[in-house]
Design a protein around this ligand. Structure first.
Ligand SMILES: [Zn+2]
Length: 201
């Protein structure tokens, strides 16, 4: 008999972070068409997220944001952001990107109370710019459904940057700073903080 379907979180772990699927999930995927197609869709989303075409919606939204910048969390608001816990990190992958030349990519999975954050830090290659992006995945489906949110990237002595977090949980910053940074995510009712120093070196 088939086991229960894995949670979206388990599927995302495999599909988005490209980590090995948990043992139970692997067997289940072989048997379950529904979960397999869901995982394929998640992986497609991941590919879309990093493909130039997908940035259109994020960049369109970013243009709207640029007209009406969201206030940067400070003081009491800032302390409401809970530190995410480092889960897993991928090894640094050197990707032979065709025209892009070779560039390094690392993915990290961090966990907050309600969600999992899949971070993707991409180095620059030939003719390409580096990026810091990712996807927030809720651990449990929420009845209210996810609304779009905001991500801020704070770097000392620099203007804070911001990115929309789409309903899908996607966000993207071009060119991650070489200096230490703090990423603040306000999405689907949860406020999460990730410090670059928390990421596994
Ligand atoms: Zn299933």
């Amino acid at each position: 008999m088939k086991k229960a379907h894995p949670t979206d979180q388990d599927l995302a772990r495999w599909a988005l972070a490209k980590l090995p699927p948990p043992r139970g999930v692997r067997g289940h995927l072989e048997e379950c068409e529904a979960c397999r197609s869901k995982a394929v869709q998640m992986r497609r989303l991941q590919e879309t997220l990093t493909a130039p075409a997908a940035e259109a919606s994020l960049s369109a939204k970013s243009r709207v944001y640029a007209l009406l910048p969201p206030p940067v969390p400070r003081g009491k608001t800032l302390t409401a952001f809970r530190r995410a816990i480092m889960g897993q990190a991928s090894p640094r992958l050197a990707v032979a990107g065709g025209l892009r030349g070779e560039f390094g990519v690392r993915t990290y999975v961090l966990e907050s109370k309600e969600s999992e954050v899949h971070l993707r830090v991409e180095g620059s290659g030939l003719g390409t710019s580096a990026s810091l992006g990712g996807l927030v995945v809720r651990k449990r489906a929420s009845a209210a459904g996810a609304a779009s949110g905001t991500a801020w990237l704070r770097v000392r002595a620099e203007e804070p940057r911001f990115s929309p977090v789409l309903r899908s949980g996607e966000f993207l910053f071009p060119a991650p700073p070489a200096k230490p940074w703090i990423l603040l995510l306000d999405w689907a009712g949860e406020r999460t903080r990730i410090d670059s120093g928390d990421l596994t070196p």
